[in-house]
Ligand binder design. Structure first.
Ligand SMILES: Nc1ncnc2c1ncn2[C@@H]1O[C@H](COP(=O)(O)OP(=O)(O)OP(=O)(O)O)[C@@H](O)[C@H]1O
Length: 348
């Protein structure tokens, strides 16, 4: 597999009080060349720090990084022409049109004028190029930022949370733009903590928590390996029901007032176990496995997972990261170590 980006044992610590906080913790990342790669993790899991290290904006403590097989940051000047990134909101002149803003940038980097029209088309802004930037919606502003990165025809595009603050229509536009770029054979590395949008657009994903890789591979592989279907159960006494189902060998998570039950795809087994103890369900919904459920299971304890009951019936509000009750063996093409699935949080 040809890789656009590869990191090995990447580590970054920041000073925190008298000690150090581990932001990126021995991260092994592999981004295949061509297509859209979702770089997923909860807030504070180390996505931005990783991207900033790749772009030479922050120095790594240890580990290696390669972009298109060139070691970076050492060889960054050799590959930077092939890389376009949006890490922070770029600055445009509000009183100038989109076209004018892009023309100025094109001139600055020596890109041909025809390129401006081309990138406006690629980002779906052709119709609005003559409008002033200050009248653009947030989604259009973000697409203009993407258009600006496309001026130099990069092979690798790195977007850090590109849909932050956008409404659903804006999110869809960015998603379509990323998909179009991936279909053109470019590599799009997009970080996000919003699963639904990434699941629809990504070919492959890496999921991180506390700066470690928790799962990676194609979206189908990652869901297939860990996204066992769940059943959502609403019952009058959820605490008692959770105990009973856990004793019955099922894995139970609290999901608001309801329970999320893994370990069986037979809802009848759940009703049977509960009815034996005089508990009757008011609602039972079999749920499709998706990236979101995998993500929540892998990152429970990272601040996103719900309180859940363990096999011993203990309630843990802050379980160790990556603690699905029975982690499946990593499927082929899933460079995940058991260590990263079973160890605790950052050891700053
Ligand atoms: N300059 C810095 N100094 C100190 N700590 C930092 C710095 N930058 C990031 N951190 C810490 O490092 C950890 C990782 O942060 P990072 O921004 O990389 O995560 P993230 O996954 O991108 O999160 P988000 O989605 O919120 O942007 C966090 O605990 C953060 O507080």
């Amino acid at each position: 597999m040809v890789l656009a980006v590869e990191t090995l044992g990447l580590r970054k610590t920041y000073r925190a009080g008298r000690g150090r906080h581990v932001a990126v913790h021995g991260l092994d990342l592999q981004v295949p060349a061509g297509g859209v790669h979702g770089f997923l993790g909860p807030n504070g899991s180390g996505k931005t720090t990783t991207i900033r290290m790749l772009l030479g904006l922050v120095r790594a403590d240890s580990g290696t990084m390669r972009i298109f097989d060139q070691p970076v940051p050492e060889q960054l000047p050799a590959v930077v022409g092939r890389v376009g990134a949006i890490v922070e909101s770029p600055k445009f002149f509000p009183a100038f049109t989109g076209t004018k803003n892009l023309s100025l940038l094109a001139e600055a980097i020596g890109a041909p004028r025809a390129k401006v029209t081309e990138v406006l088309e690629q980002t779906g802004l052709a119709e609005r190029g003559k409008d002033r930037y200050r009248g653009y919606s947030l989604g259009m502003k973000q697409r203009l930022a993407i258009a600006a990165t496309l001026l130099k025809s990069p092979d690798l595009l790195i977007f850090d949370e590109p849909t932050n603050g956008l409404d659903p229509a804006g999110i869809r536009e960015i998603r379509q733009t990323m998909r179009r770029l991936g279909d053109q054979g470019r590599t799009v590395l997009v970080s996000s903590h919003i699963l639904a949008e990434v699941e629809q657009v990504a070919d492959t994903v890496s999921i991180i928590g506390h700066g470690r890789l928790l799962a990676a591979g194609s979206v189908a592989d990652v869901i297939g390996a860990r996204g066992a279907p769940a059943v959502r159960v609403t019952v009058a006494q959820p605490e008692a029901a959770a105990e009973i189902l856990t004793r019955g060998g099922l894995t139970v998570q609290r999901a608001g007032a309801a329970l999320q039950v893994h370990g069986t795809d037979e809802p009848a087994r759940i009703t049977y176990l509960l009815a034996q103890h005089g508990l009757y369900v008011s609602e039972l919904v079999a749920q499709r496995a998706d990236l979101e459920s995998v993500f929540l299971a892998l990152t429970s304890g990272e601040g996103l997972g719900d309180t859940h009951t363990t096999a011993r019936g203990r309630r843990r509000a802050d379980a160790a990261p990556a603690a699905p009750a029975a982690p499946a063996a990593p499927p082929p093409g899933t460079p995940v170590s058991d260590r990263s699935l079973s160890t605790g949080g950052a050891d700053a």
